[in-house]
Every structure is written in structure tokens, then in C-alpha cells.
Design a protein around this ligand. Structure first.
Ligand SMILES: Cc1cc2nc3c(=O)[nH]c(=O)nc-3n(C[C@H](O)[C@H](O)[C@H](O)COP(=O)(O)OP(=O)(O)OC[C@H]3O[C@@H](n4cnc5c(N)ncnc54)[C@H](O)[C@@H]3O)c2cc1C
Length: 346
């Protein structure tokens, strides 16, 4: 970390929790599973957009809390499966989970991750029984081997489990060769600031890699989920990677974070104007986090602000727009849906 980054991290640590909670507002569905399900339902019915639900649960220090988080995920699997709003497998939200939510001994604090694998196995078993897909999110580099090993093992054993690769890490060039055909992989630049010895430090280079590595994964037969808010990057992914290879919507999707203002892009994606050749709208999924305990939710937001100095500016601008009524929650997605030619909201 350089001095400026250090200073920024220290500043974020001193911000009061109420301010962090205010910052989080545009991106968090609300408190409790019902709030998450409600947003997922409204996005689907109002804008035809599918979701992946996430429980905000980080920096767990108490084994009882780790078990509560696992119990909440089991309730999420059952809640999603029982909800009549999600009739088809395509409409049903998937669940995204972070291994560190299920252990009081996380690898990034020098622990052994005790309890996390068992929790993920139990959630995956229930998810398989009820037909719900899981994605194991990728945390910092101390988790990469662990996460890949668990995700690959579950996938090999027939569970609908995907994971995430971070293009900033140099090791990803080798890791992607382990991904089997048919596995779901979310491609991101990565949110965690990593040491320059193991990772790129400049975003443009991470994004070039994202295009190249997504192409390699598609050629290996993987299902690729490109997760980014960078409009130019998404457009390039579609034009330079998807269209020339004749890849259909059953092989890839675009993902964004709920609450990041992208109405115009969503409308352009939905009316097919981005994919110039076949005009087929790319599938879009939004990542919808909800909270059960606000201390865990603020820990999540604080960490993101700490890791990404530019995030504070995005968040402040987004919040300002939201408070001025320019991007009032789900309304931005409904507005996008209204502009979708030939893709009427359901
Ligand atoms: C669905 C999803 C899942 C993810 N899962 C993981 C994961 O498992 N592991 C991991 O390490 N990372 C994950 N990430 C984070 C990802 O790695 C990037 O850090 C993040 O998406 C920012 O990169 P970007 O490609 O959007 O480009 P950037 O250049 O960072 O952002 C492009 C533009 O988007 C806007 N923007 C970006 N973020 C925000 C924001 N929060 N609020 C308002 N505007 C914003 C800004 O205008 C910015 O200029 C995920 C991201 C998404 C969208």
C-alpha cells in the first residue's frame, strides 16, 4: 500500500457506522430475507431482470454468528424455491455467498477457515435438492486456492455451483485452465487491493485481461458471467468476444450490482442495439445484497470503501442522485424496461 492508500484506509476506518450505512443504502435491498426476495420479485416482474441474492456477512468473529449465517442461507434456498414469483429455473434467483461468512477463523486473518466448507456443503446439498444455483464469491488472494478447490469439487460432484475469477491476479491465467466445460464463472477485475507482486495495479490492463480470459473460458465451454459497470467494457465483451464466436445467451450473462445507476445501458442491452449482428439481448442479472445484522453489513461496505478509493466518489454521487429522486431504487430498472423495444416487462 502506498501512503495515500494508507491514509484513505485509515480515514474509512474512522467513518461512523451511520454514515457507512447511509452510503450502503442504494446498494442494499433492506433488512431481512423478505426485503431481498421483495426486490428480486419486483425486478423480475417490473423489468424482467433476474438476480443473485447475497447476505451481507463479513468479518465474522463469533462461531455462533457463522452458524446463523449458514442458517440464513438455508432459509434463502428454501425461500427462493418456495416463491411462486420465480416459476421457471431461469427466473429463480441464484445465491452468492462468501466463504468468510461461515467461519470465525477466516484465512485472511490467518485462520484455517474452520466450519466454512461444511456450511457450504450443507447449503449446496439443500440447493441441489430444491433446484437453486449457487456462486461462491471470490475474496482476497488468501482465499483463492480454497475457494477454487471447493467450487471445483462441488461442481465435479454434480452441484450447480459456480465461482469467480479476478483478472487482476496473475495466477488467473493458470486457474482458468482448471475450469471444466459447463461450469459457471463470474469474471471480475477484483475488488481487493492486492500486492503488485501478484496482481496488476492498473484497471485498463485488468479489463483487457477480462476480455481475453472471458474469451478463453467461453472457448473451453464455460458459462461466463461478465460482472462490470463499465459500459465500454461490456460493449466490447459483446462485440469482440460474444458476437464473433456466435455465442448464444445460454452460454453467458452480464451482471451488475443492484443500485449502480445503469438505466441507459440496461435499456440499450435489452433492445439488442449493443449486439450489432444478431440483435439478441444479452441476459442480465443483478447482484442484490440484503442485511440481517447491520454490523456485518457495514463491515462489508467499509471494506469495499477501504479497498477502492474511487468507490467513495461513485457512492457519494449515486447517493446524491438517489436523494434527488433521479435513481429511486427499482424505478430506474422499470424505466429501463419501458424503453426496451421487443422485450416487454413481464
Ligand atoms: C455482480 C458483481 C459481482 C462481483 N463479485 C465479486 C467477487 O466475487 N469478488 C471480487 O473481488 N469482486 C467482485 N465484484 C467487484 C468487481 O471485481 C469490481 O471491483 C467492480 O465491479 C468495479 O469494477 P468495474 O468493472 O465495474 O469497473 P470500474 O472501472 O471500477 O467501474 C466502472 C464505472 O462504474 C461505476 N461504478 C462502479 N462501481 C460503482 C458503485 N459502487 N456505485 C456507483 N457507480 C459505480 C463508476 O462510474 C465507474 O467509473 C463484483 C462486481 C459485480 C458487479
Amino acid at each position: 500500500m502506498n501512503a495515500a492508500t494508507n491514509l484513505h484506509a485509515r480515514f474509512v476506518d474512522t467513518l461512523p457506522s451511520f454514515l457507512i450505512r447511509l452510503f450502503a443504502r442504494p446498494y442494499v435491498a433492506g433488512e431481512g430475507l423478505d426485503a431481498g426476495l421483495d426486490v428480486a420479485r419486483r425486478l423480475l416482474s417490473g423489468a424482467g431482470i433476474v438476480t443473485t441474492l447475497d447476505l451481507l456477512a463479513e468479518e465474522v468473529r463469533d462461531p455462533a454468528r457463522a452458524q446463523e449465517n449458514a442458517a440464513t442461507y438455508l432459509a434463502m434456498v428454501r425461500g427462493v424455491a418456495a416463491d411462486a414469483a420465480f416459476r421457471s429455473a431461469r427466473d429463480r434467483p441464484t445465491l452468492s455467498l462468501k466463504p468468510s461468512s461461515f467461519t470465525a477463523a477466516p484465512l485472511d486473518r490467518g485462520g484455517d477457515g474452520a466450519g466454512s466448507r461444511e456450511a457450504i456443503e450443507a447449503i449446496a446439498a439443500e440447493a441441489r435438492r430444491l433446484g437453486v444455483g449457487l456462486t461462491i464469491d471470490m475474496e482476497d488472494h488468501t482465499w483463492t486456492d480454497w475457494t477454487l478447490d471447493v467450487a471445483l469439487d462441488l461442481h465435479r460432484r454434480g452441484f450447480d455451483v459456480g465461482t469467480v475469477l479476478q483478472t487482476r491476479l496473475h495466477r488467473t491465467a493458470e486457474d482458468l485452465k482448471r475450469i471444466p466445460s459447463g461450469m459457471r464463472v463470474r469474471m471480475v477485475i477484483g475488488i481487493y487491493l492486492e500486492p503488485p507482486a501478484i496482481a496488476l495495479t492498473e484497471k485498463p490492463a485488468m479489463k483487457e485481461r477480462l476480455l481475453d480470459q472471458s474469451a478463453q473460458l467461453l472457448e473451453r465451454g464455460a458459462y461466463v458471467e461478465v460482472a462490470s459497470h463499465d459500459e465500454a467494457l461490456i460493449r466490447r465483451f459483446l462485440r469482440e468476444v460474444v458476437v464473433p464466436r456466435g455465442i448464444g445467451g445460454e452460454r453467458y450473462e452480464v451482471q451488475m450490482l443492484y443500485g449502480v445507476p445503469r438505466a441507459a445501458l440496461l435499456a440499450a442491452l435489452a433492445n439488442g442495439s449493443v449486439t450489432t449482428r444478431d440483435k439478441v439481448p444479452p441476459p442480465v442479472r443483478l447482484y442484490v445484497p440484503f442485511a440481517t445484522a447491520w454490523d456485518q453489513a457495514t463491515a462489508y461496505c467499509r471494506r469495499r470503501l477501504r479497498n477502492n478509493p474511487a468507490m467513495a466518489t461513485y457512492v457519494a454521487l449515486n447517493l446524491l442522485q438517489m436523494l434527488r429522486g433521479k435513481t429511486p431504487g427499482i424505478a430506474q430498472y422499470q424505466a429501463a424496461a419501458r424503453h426496451m423495444a421487443g422485450a416487454a416487462p413481464r
